[in-house]
Ligand binder design. Structure first.
Ligand code: NAI
Length: 444
């Protein structure tokens, strides 16, 4: 179902009318396209406090291309902010420039990990979180604001490249921690650079497996990983075989009709991998069986927990244990803002998605240490799919508008975030749960 309100605010009379009525003002977000893969415009590199980061070369590689008019991105290095006086420099740096940031532009604040031995530093570094989340809510015009906590500049390159590009259109109000894992995931990203190879095809020569790839978000994930050069094994239930085969064929990948809840699913995936090797495992398959708890039969509980959580645990264990991952492997799971905020009628679904968050937090450090594999999750908000098109009009409208960008996201927004996690340069991004929700008010 097309977002007609967004089309309306894209016209001059529509904008005038809706502004007069005090209604939300969504703008059409700029997303990646082959013709315009990155932003063109100025990058403002600002500093608050005394920074020791050598950021300029990293920004030169990962920022927007020059050209265009005015700033399209602002990076404020606040890693050296250790007291309230230095925090005032955050205000002083951004206050004069925020207004001039282009439509769909980016503000990225860089912070430092909270120092357990210095409560002044911890207080003001935590203050940055409230600052970023508030600016994200007020900045408008499709612009996003995110906070990256990092230890050294090189480790953040793939993250800055993502956040400073049109690929992160629907990611706002997020706090992302980078580095400090004592290992670079074998992908070359922990120490800087994007690993070897073609920056346009970072996944060339790599194999990805995407569950639930026959349609919706999974199809977009498969397409985006294929765009980035991966050979994609597309998995979905046998009943979706026709659509699955069409997706796999279009992407030059392999179709794997398989119910992910089958006891031997992990072993069958391992057998089906071309060359027996895997680099990227994306757990996207998911179902809802909504009912309030008082009306929820055990079957509804069991099926949702089985698809969304138990099969994710099982297949991850089997594939890690089978030794199919090459160095620099990536696991990306799919949570949901319902798993963060809770949702009436979704005790089963929210439990399963919160479980995914727990899985990521616990497994990430061990998987990196033992297998060189990072483990992260995307947590989508309101994404325009067949599922959300079926939601009654009023609830759908509320879901679409109740976020800082005042619109729903697209499957490709979740896919781009997955591709950033999956990229060889993201070895220092581990154990993160990043919401792709336009800074939804739910669970904010
Ligand atoms: P969808 O229903 O359009 O697609 C899910 C796919 O998973 C289908 O092709 C389905 O056949 C497959 N699948 C289901 N059970 C399976 C099984 N046992 N084995 C193999 N494949 C199976 O859903 P959508 O919207 O694309 O969602 C994808 C993921 O994103 C799910 O995990 C969902 O929970 C999550 N999500 C979606 C949101 C949205 O707004 N659409 C919001 C938050 C999370």
């Amino acid at each position: 179902m097309a977002d007609r309100y967004l089309s309306l605010t894209g016209t001059a009379p529509g904008r005038f009318l809706t502004r007069r009525l005090g209604l939300p003002q969504p703008v059409r977000l700029r997303r990646w396209s082959a013709e315009q893969p990155s932003f063109r415009g100025e990058l403002l590199h600002l500093t608050a406090g005394k920074s020791e980061l050598d950021l300029a070369p990293v920004l030169a590689r990962s920022g927007p291309r020059s050209g265009g008019e005015g700033p399209v991105a602002v990076v404020l290095d606040a890693t050296g902010v250790r007291d309230v006086e230095a925090l005032a420099e955050v205000h002083a740096a951004l206050h004069p420039v925020v207004r001039s940031v282009a439509e769909s532009g980016r503000v990225v604040v860089l912070g430092a990990p909270l120092d357990p031995a210095d409560h002044h530093q911890a207080a003001v570094q935590q203050a940055l979180e409230g600052f970023v989340r508030s600016l994200g809510k007020e900045i408008g015009r499709g612009r996003t604001v995110n906070l990256v906590r990092l230890l050294e500049a090189g480790a953040a390159e793939s993250t800055l490249r993502f956040l400073l590009s049109p690929r992160s259109a629907y990611v706002s109000g997020q706090v992302i921690e980078v580095g400090g894992h004592g290992d670079d995931g074998g992908g070359g990203g922990g120490k800087g650079g994007d690993g070897d190879g073609d920056p346009e095809k970072p996944l060339a020569g790599r194999t990805a497996l995407v569950t639930g790839a026959a349609r919706g978000i999974g199809e977009a994930v498969a397409a985006t990983l294929a765009r980035d050069g991966a050979l994609v094994v597309c998995l979905d239930v046998p009943a979706a075989g026709g659509d699955l085969a069409a997706v796999a064929e279009r992407l030059g990948g392999v179709a794997l009709p398989l119910d992910i809840t089958a006891e031997d699913a992990g072993a069958r995936i391992a057998d089906a991998l071309p060359g027996g090797r895997l680099d990227v495992l994306v757990h996207n398959a998911g179902i809802t069986r909504d009912r309030r708890l008082v009306n929820m039969a055990a079957e509804r509980w069991g099926s949702v927990l089985d698809v969304n959580l138990a099969s994710v645990l099982r297949t991850t264990d089997v594939l890690l244990g089978a030794g199919v991952f090459r160095g620099g492997g990536r696991v990306v799971a799919t949570a949901s803002i319902a798993g963060v905020a809770g949702n009436a009628g979704q005790t089963n679904y929210a439990a399963s998605k919160a479980g995914v968050v727990g899985l990521v937090r616990s497994l990430a450090p061990r998987a990196l240490a033992e297998y060189g594999v990072t483990v992260n999750a995307v947590a989508p908000g309101f994404i325009e799919t067949k599922m959300t098109a079926a939601v009654p009009l009023f609830i759908r409208e509320a879901g679409r508008r109740m976020n800082s960008l005042a619109q729903g996201g697209l499957p490709v927004d979740v896919a781009e975030t997955t591709a950033w996690f999956a990229s060889p340069g993201s070895g220092a991004v581990n154990g993160q749960v990043v919401r792709v929700c336009g800074q939804s008010l739910l669970g904010a």
